[in-house]
Design a protein around this ligand. Sequence first.
Ligand code: SAM
Length: 277
Amino acid sequence: MRKRLGQHFLVNPWVIQKIIQTSEVHPEDTVLEIGPGLGALTKPLSKIVSRLIAIELDESLCRHLKTIFADVPHVQIIQADALKMDYEKLGLQKKVKVIANLPYYVATPILLHLLENRTFFSTMTLMFQKEVAERVIAQPGGKAYGYLSIVCQLWSEIKFCFTVPPEAFNPPPEVDSAVLKFIILDKPRFEVKDLNHLLKLIKQAFSQRRKTLRNTLKSHLNLIYSPLLLDKALEELHIPPYLRGEALSVEKFVLLSNYLVERRKEFEYRDSIHART
Ligand code: SAM
């Protein structure tokens, strides 16, 4: 087993069954599994669904899985890095259900990559280190709330399903795990004018968590928009300037980003007049 690749294989039949039940897969479904490992989830899933695509980075595990599924044409094993996967190339005919016991060392980037490709997926039943699962579902006001919570909650409805103790794996990880189910929304929860801008804004807002939102954003903003505009936006959106980023809801982040994007030009103009006089 390769610790380096986050290889903690599920050995508890109850947990395996519960993940499959939670994912609510049906015979007509296509499932995408990330990191099939020794096939603990792959084998039972292959008996239910009509197409299963499994992406595994480890070459020797891939060889092993290809032997097991040699006579099962609806199961496709792909040796690839899930972080670099180009889902366009899979030629998917319909939205797929993603199921994974994610390798913990790279779970967050894989989740963000999946969300970037969300149009290919209907649901995602994913197991994480419990602390990461808590960050995903965190609400404003606490330390766990941040970039990951906002991005996940913007694009999906998320249910915390159950926790899993280390003994359910071989070798056991050092931490508890948790299963989350994401139901991907057809459109973002709130209308976003400029996604890149919103993502940049959220990253900046959480880059210095102890500072107020206004000060954190101001120290970064010269290139993006004027301080005058930021103050106006905070005032009009009723966001107190002393608030920290972690207190701002997903909706308020979107409203703030939209406001800044929509009024940016106007304020650049006013600023330059101001500078000249
Ligand atoms: N699904 C199996 C189970 O539940 O027993 C194995 C889960 S294990 C936690 C994570 C699996 O992801 C390992 O098989 C590991 O080799 C694979 N893996 C690690 N990094 C990966 C990556 N970047 N892309 C795809 N698979 C990866």
